[in-house]
Design a protein around this ligand. Structure first.
Ligand SMILES: Cc1cc2nc3c(=O)[nH]c(=O)nc-3n(C[C@H](O)[C@H](O)[C@H](O)COP(=O)(O)O)c2cc1C
Length: 415
């Protein structure tokens, strides 16, 4: 039986479930500001009393960050605090944004670039994507929307980009796989019971996921102080879909293996034959053992500041990690991507593509599946315009010559 102590010890992404049945949720609710209510979602909302969004509507987006305020109004306070919070003093959360400014864009002029010729597509692990970004794995979407990850995945599919399904999803990986028409990756929380891990991997492969993302940085409690101060108000009807026996799952989500080693990469590859991406890397020295064990990509990430506060911004760590990788495998980066220029910064600093976290959930809360698509399309529009003004014709054009590194990030490169 998982009790509160176990939860705080092992809930890698600070996501709660059945142990929190009975924790006051309704009191944390605010009225949903969303207008478009889907009938099924509304019925579910009424049943749980939680009041997540049931919206499904296209959004006019000024900027991804500007969507945070409507998001706050559209969903219960518990969901808002759960999504937006980060660890400790939230220094790393802020630093993910501040450090972007260390990477000054050095524009190229008279390059003959025109809107018709601009190419922002990328190839990543066998997928050609229209945009150089995809949806980062995030758990517990029913804290935001009644349809949970099914709506998010549908939105990612409509934007024709990758949906990376979290091992901590509320819906099952099969339901999520069916919902998206785009490519899909499965993010694994390695279970202490290897038979549970293997069963998740087998199911993911059968459901059509084309790569496994091993999250390496979520080894302990990652809950924000503000969410804890509220009493960790997860909705009372929340389950982890992949482990739900009623839906063909097994095992305890909270019994995660924390003593991960490169051998675990080998096991995943042997079990699935699928490419493995190791997510949560910030240090150049970690790269060789991971690649030697057979990893097919490295994801530079600090989990959006949700794990160890005080670690550097992902963008600051990226050049060092990309240098250590040296083109042997693709590099992905997430944490703090909000603008087209952030995508340019990351790609110029050695990432092959980036992942977007919280803003996708803002889109989910305010506009459901269509809102998710709107977020991804808005970022693509902004990127196209920023590329044009930067003078780069294609993603392949972007290299270190487009960036001047300044401030603390420049200091880091010297160490
Ligand atoms: C609500 C929430 C839940 C998350 N759950 C997971 C998860 O289950 N697995 C994982 O690897 N990362 C998880 N992450 C981290 C994201 O994959 C990603 O690293 C982070 O959100 C990127 O930062 P950004 O939100 O600033 O874009 C979660 C992030 C959020 C906001």
């Amino acid at each position: 039986m998982t009790n509160r102590r176990n939860f705080l010890g092992y809930a890698a992404t600070a996501i709660g479930a059945m142990p929190f049945a009975g924790v006051a949720l309704a009191q944390a609710s605010t009225a949903s500001a969303s207008t478009a209510k889907a009938a099924s979602g509304a019925a579910a909302a009424a049943a749980s009393g939680y009041g997540a969004s049931t919206a499904n509507t296209k959004l006019e987006i000024i900027s991804l960050s500007a969507l945070e305020e409507p998001f706050k109004k559209a969903i219960p306070k518990a969901g808002y605090v759960f999504v937006t919070g980060a660890k400790g003093d939230e220094w790393t959360l802020r630093e993910n944004r501040r450090a972007m400014e260390d990477f000054r864009i050095v524009t190229h002029r008279l390059t003959g670039v025109s809107p018709d010729e601009l190419d922002i597509s990328v190839n990543i692990l066998g997928h050609k994507l229209s945009y150089p970004f995809f949806v980062a794995p995030m758990g517990a979407h029913r804290m935001v929307h009644e349809d949970g990850e099914v709506a998010t995945a549908r939105g990612a599919g409509m934007a024709e980009t990758i949906y990376c399904s979290s091992g901590a999803s509320n819906k099952t990986l099969e339901q999520i796989a069916e919902a998206t028409t785009g490519p899909k990756w499965f993010q694994l929380y390695f279970n202490q019971d290897v038979s549970v891990t293997k069963s998740l991997l087998r199911r993911a492969k059968k459901a059509g996921y084309s790569a496994i993302v091993l999250t390496a940085d979520a080894l302990g409690p990652g809950m924000s102080d503000s969410f804890r101060a509220m009493g960790a108000p997860f909705r009372s009807d929340m389950t982890f879909g992949n482990h739900d026996p009623a839906k063909g799952g097994s095992g305890n989500f909270f019994a995660q293996k924390v003593d991960l080693t490169p051998d675990d990469i080998k096991m995943i590859k042997k079990e699935t034959g699928l490419p493995v991406i190791v997510k949560g890397i910030l240090r150049a020295e970690d790269v060789d053992p991971i690649i030697d064990a057979g990893a097919d990509a490295i994801q530079v990430s600090n989990h959006g500041g949700r794990q160890v506060d005080g670690v550097p911004a992902a963008i600051s760590a990226l050049p060092l990690v990309a240098k250590a990788v040296g083109g042997r495998v693709p590099v992905i980066m997430d944490s703090g991507i909000r603008r087209g220029i952030d995508v340019i910064r990351a790609l110029a600093m050695g990432a092959d593509c980036v992942a977007v976290g919280r803003p996708v959930l803002y889109g989910l809360g305010v506009g459901g599946a269509q809102g998710v698509t709107s977020v991804l399309e808005a970022l693509a529009d902004e990127l196209r315009s920023d590329m044009l003004l930067t003078g780069a014709k294609s993603i392949a054009d972007l290299d270190a010559s487009y960036i001047s590194i300044t401030g603390p990030s420049a200091e880091m490169q010297k160490n």
